[in-house]
Design a protein around this ligand. Structure first.
Ligand code: COA
Length: 181
């Protein structure tokens, strides 16, 4: 799966430091304007760092895909997590799309489409039939993107960003439902 100047591949153990840096950068770019520096810092410290990403890449419950430029720079990543689904996710064989981030300079350029297509293939390869995710209710661009891909709102859950309790919308679609509408 690829587009002009980039390709999608499974993340390798050696990607952990670059993945940590990309994860921190994209999270900051997306959420810094709407959250306190303290809440942001607490979340980033708990979620991103070379050792943390190395653990995640070694975790058999997770599948991590990256988009890389032809020069080898990581510009996007997605992570699936096979775990418990909330009760509002009713479909068979669910899997969570835990993370889906594209570097800011690559938004609107097709990287997200290639990454989502590859993510759905990876979910199918794991035997998943339903894919679900939580997205902050105040993240309209991501919600618009997921709706293009046929995800539907089935409920909400709380998400702690540092000390701030936030509401995530829960979106769901069948893994095999096809491309963006
Ligand atoms: C979410 C993300 C992966 C989508 O990738 P993308 O390349 O930006 O997606 P696209 O441009 O194909 O689609 C976004 C859509 O939202 C629309 N959009 C942009 N800003 C918007 C806004 N403020 N409100 C509503 N829609 C908006 C775009 O016009 C586009 O729709 P269109 O194709 O019909 O014009 C990417 O924006 C991203 O990585 N964002 C930061 C990280 C993030 O929020 N990840 C999701 C966490 S759950």
């Amino acid at each position: 799966m690829s587009g002009p100047g980039h390709h999608i591949r499974p993340a390798a153990p050696a990607d952990a430091p670059a993945l940590a840096a990309l994860g921190e950068r994209t999270f900051r770019d997306t959420f810094a304007a709407d959250n306190t520096p303290e809440d942001l810092a607490a979340h980033l410290a708990a979620t991103y760092g070379p050792a943390r990403q190395a653990e995640e890449l070694a975790d058999a419950r997770r599948t991590t895909l990256v988009a890389a430029t032809d020069a080898g720079e990581l510009i996007a990543f997605a992570q699936l997590l096979a775990g418990a689904a909330p009760p509002c996710v009713a479909g068979p064989a669910p899997i969570e799309l835990l993370r889906f981030y594209v570097d800011r300079g690559w938004h609107g350029r097709g990287v997200a489409q290639a990454l989502m297509a590859a993510t759905l293939e990876a979910a199918a390869a794991r035997g998943a039939e339903t894919i679900w995710l939580g997205v902050w209710e105040r993240n309209p661009r991501a919600i618009a993107f997921y709706r293009k891909w046929g995800f539907e709102d089935v409920g909400s859950h709380d998400f702690m960003l540092g000390s701030d309790r936030q509401t995530d919308r829960i979106l769901v679609r069948p893994v095999e439902a096809g491309g963006p509408g």
